[in-house]
Each structure stands twice: as C-alpha cells, then as structure tokens.
Design a protein around this ligand. Structure first.
Ligand SMILES: [Cu+2]
Length: 533
C-alpha cells in the first residue's frame, strides 16, 4: 500500500521556522499555505533572491554554475559539454582546483567543521539541482529533485561540513535527467580533510591524486553519444565504448618512485569496475565512501560501482624508472541481463546489449602507470589510519525485524519493494524516527516479491545524507567488497543480500534512497524516506 505522507507529520517545523524567520518571510506563510506552499515559497524566495542567513559566516564561499561548455578530448572538433564552473568568492585559492583539460567540475576542498556557502546558478537549458554525494547535510541542502530550478535561476546552499576526511562528490539530481546531465559532464569532487587525516601521515600535494573513472561513447565528430533511449538499453544502463579518467581517454599517470594516495571515484552512469593491479600486487585500501579506514586492508580486486569511492595506497618506491603497470578492470559476470542470454529474441529488436563493444563485466585497462622520476621519500603505509566509534547493532530499534527492501523488476521497470519514484511520496514503511538507529536489509536475490529471478542485475544502492555501516552480507561468492569503513553506496550483485546499520541522528525531513545506476535511477528506481521527529 502506498500512502502520501501526512504533511502535518512534517515536524521539523521548528528548524524551518527558524529558517523562514532568517529568510525574512513571516511564519504566516506557513499557517496560510501549509507545508507544501511554505516550502515552495520560502525556498523560492530564499534561493532566487540569494538571501543569506544572518549569522552564517562562510569559511568558503563559491559561485558554482552549470553551463554549456566545450573541451578538447580528441584532435579535431572540441566536445560539447555541460560543465560545472566555479569562482572562489572567499577562501584560499587551493580550495578550488580545476583539473586540466577536463570537463569535470573543479575539485572543492573543505575542512571538517567549516561553513560552506555555494551560490549555484543553472545556465543549462533544463531544470537541475546539485546533490552533495556522501555529505551529511540538512534535507533542504541535499539537492532533492523537488528543489530543481530552471535555467537562469539560482539555489543557495549553506551548510557546515560534518563529514570525516574523505572523497565525496557533487552531481545533478533532477528526476529523470540525472543520467544525461552527469553524462554531459556535470560532476566534480568534494574533498574533505580533518586533523585526524593530517596526523595519519599520508601522501599529500602532488602525491594525492584524484581519479574519476567514467565511460563515454563518441560520434565521428567527437561528440558524446548517450543511449538510444530504448527500454532495453535503459534497463541495462548506459555503457560507453571508451574509459575516461579525469575526462581523458588513454590516461597514463606518471609517477615517481614513492608512495601515492589514489582517490578513485566511479563517476560512470552504470559501469561497474572490478579493479586490480596488472602486476598482481594486492590493492592496499586505505579509505572508502565515508573516509579513511581504521587500518589498511588488502584485496586482490575490488568492485567499484557507480557512486562509490575507494582510496588506495600505491607505492612505487620498489620500481625502477621506466616501469609500467596499469590499474585494470578484470572480467566478471554482471548477471543474466548483461550476458544477453535472457531471450535473445527480445534483445534482437533493440540490438543494444550485445552490440556493446565493452559490456559490463568486460576486462580492460582503466589507466596506465609509468614510473618516470626518482625520489627518495621512504614513506611506509601507516598501520593506524583513523579511529571511529561504530554504531551498536543492539541499539537498532528494529533489531529483531530489519526494514526490508527488495530490488525487483516489474513491468520492464526496476523497482524498490515494487514501487517507483513519486516526487512527494513516502510509504508507511519508509518513515523512520529521528534519533534512532535502524537495520535495513536490502535484497537483490530476485523472487521475494514474486518477481522473475532471471531478471537480476547488479544494483549500487545509495542513501542520501548518511554514512552507514555494513553489518553483514549473504549470497556473496567473491572477495571484492570493502565493508570495513563508512559507506553511502553499496553494490549488490545478483543473488546478494546486505544488512546495513543506519543512524538518523540529527536532520529530519525527506531524503532519497536509490539505485546509483543512473539509468535505473532516472527510470524511477528511487524512493523517498522520511525522518520524522
Ligand atoms: Cu539499479
């Protein structure tokens, strides 16, 4: 059963009153128009007029614009893009770093505890809004699609950075258009640092390298080619023919004979990478979505699904100048749909799935490493990276009855518990209590809701506004997960089930949870959850 949530239950009125007061709008608005019109009007007034909240003194003030642009990726014609461009209004110049020759937005660097103001302006010819992926911010700052703004308008973000040091990112989040907008170039990193990270003794500066992995297809004119829009292609998710790193094809990272911190983001629409070193050295993992692990962990390979981040310690001090290796994606089985085994007759009409030169699960090189400089640094991988207090499973209010989520297909449509996204809808079983902890069980085993088992696919599931803990997984037949730290996006391969522990400790309101395969998300494999006071 699906219900619309009762507006009177929206009990974060206190904080909102505070908000309207400071935004210069009388509380009468709330009384007269009710919650919805209050939100719409106050948000609109707040944003279009670029009202700032008195008392909010930003440490970092940035004007960020989504705008059409172009970048030279190949010889010949420049590639037309949509890009984030930014101007620093307040803060050190090293807080905003533009990657060279890249369509990616500038890297924003902030410290934990800092207050950040971002004056976002939409200059692309359709509605958009920005989501701060992984950051713990209030609902109105989180970039929910209900806050989209048309071309020419602005949205003002003001929030305190509460996250641990780590690799976060930002991208558009309008409903139904996230895939094409990210694909067109709208994405950027948001790096957070803190004192603990500084004390950890990790490589910094030129030895701290962000690597955003994406796949793209181009026409003969060097322009991006997105999906044909066929149902089958959307159900699979878009897969490009070329792998780009930081917006560049055939990427080679020149390195010195020393240790590096490599921050990897899978910024692809739907491609999953099974990352490993070509020379068979183990991956030394120091961080995941929510920042540094307590201690490094080692894996032969790691799955990185869309939205996820992983940080590696990569030490080339034992390698001679001229040494070459690569970070590769190993072949893997991405499930029935990707194998194209499911009803070839069905596939024939679209001619998409097995026309892909690079299917999900194909093996390829992601980027090359070339040692070209000798330095003596003698850094060793710290065995203690950070310290954090984990949530207690026994504190979960639903310890004996975890909340259940089934990832299933219904009528050629990916769903969560058989439902698709409706802008304002929250079902009974999607309402949680503020200041509680819960266990959420997400099930990608097929069946469950009486669905067809054979239609299983991998789904990376992302919760907005939260970093959570992975308690356990079942049905896993590989060793490619790193669940030791904090996560905001978790991959579920077909047949897998996961239990996560989530805390709803401070911010009330409406947040999203969804599949981060952007085509799945745009099709509606996304729902609201409501944190009720
Ligand atoms: Cu999905």
């Amino acid at each position: 059963m699906k219900i619309k949530y009762n507006k009177s239950q929206h009990t974060d009125v206190l904080s909102r009153r505070q908000f309207i007061k400071t935004a210069g709008i009388g509380t009468l608005t709330l009384m007269a128009g009710g919650f919805d019109s209050f939100l719409t009007r106050s948000a609109a007034a707040f944003n279009q007029n670029n009202h700032t909240k008195p008392g909010f003194v930003p440490d970092l003030d940035i004007a960020l614009t989504a705008t059409p642009g172009e970048v030279s990726i190949f010889p010949g014609n420049a590639t037309q893009t949509w890009q984030f461009k930014a101007k620093l209004l307040k803060g050190d110049s090293n807080r905003l770093i533009q990657l060279e020759r890249s369509y990616l937005g500038p890297i924003i660097r902030a410290s934990k505890g800092e207050k950040v103001r971002i004056r976002f302006k939409n200059q692309i010819p359709e509605e958009t809004i920005v989501h701060w992926h992984g950051l713990h911010v209030p609902a109105i700052m989180d970039g929910h699609p209900r806050y989209v703004i048309p071309m020419g308008q602005s949205y003002l973000y003001e929030f305190e950075v509460k996250n641990r040091a780590g690799t976060y990112w930002y991208h558009p989040h309008p409903h139904g258009r996230t895939g094409p907008q990210v694909y067109s170039g709208l994405a950027g990193l948001f790096l957070v640092s803190d004192e603990e990270e500084k004390a950890a003794g990790l490589p910094t500066g030129e030895y701290d390298i962000p690597l955003v992995i994406q796949d793209r297809s181009f026409d003969t004119d060097n322009q991006f080619v997105y999906t044909s829009g066929s149902r089958m292609e959307l159900m699979n998710g878009f897969l490009g023919k070329l792998i780009l790193v930081n917006g560049m094809p055939d990427f080679t990272l020149p390195v010195s004979t020393c240790a590096y911190r490599l921050r990897l983001l899978n910024g692809s629409n739907s491609r999953i990478y099974k990352l490993a070193w070509q020379d068979n050295r183990p991956l030394a993992i120091i961080g995941t979505d929510g920042g540094l692990l307590e201690n490094p962990v080692y894996r032969r390979y790691v799955f990185l699904s869309p939205g996820e981040r992983i940080e590696l310690w990569a030490d080339f001090s034992g390698n001679p100048i001229g040494f070459e290796t690569a970070l590769v994606s190993l072949p893997f089985d991405a499930g029935m749909m990707n194998r194209g085994r499911m009803g070839r007759g069905m596939m024939m009409s679209g001619r998409t799935a097995y026309n892909q030169p690079l299917p999900n699960g194909a093996g390829f090189s992601v980027f090359k490493i070339k040692v070209n400089k000798s330095v003596k640094k003698n850094q060793t991988l710290p065995q203690k990276l950070s310290e954090f207090t984990t949530f207690k499973k026994s504190n979960a209010v639903n310890y004996y009855r975890p909340r259940q989520f089934y990832l299933t297909m219904r009528h050629m449509q990916w769903t969560i518990n058989g439902r698709t996204f409706q802008m304002e809808d929250v079902a009974d079983d999607e309402i949680v209590r503020l200041r509680t902890h819960e266990i959420w069980e997400i099930n990608n085993a097929g069946g469950g809701m009486g669905m067809m088992n054979m239609m299983n696919m991998p789904h990376p599931i992302h919760l907005h506004g939260k970093q959570f803990q992975v308690l356990e997984r079942s049905g896993v037949t590989h060793g490619g997960y790193v669940d030791e730290g904090w996560k905001d996006t978790v991959l579920l391969m077909p047949g897998e089930r996961i239990r996560i522990l989530v805390g709803f400790e401070d911010y009330p309101g409406l947040f999203l949870y969804h599949c981060h395969n952007l085509e799945h998300e745009d099709m509606g494999m996304m729902r609201n959850y409501f944190v009720k006071i």
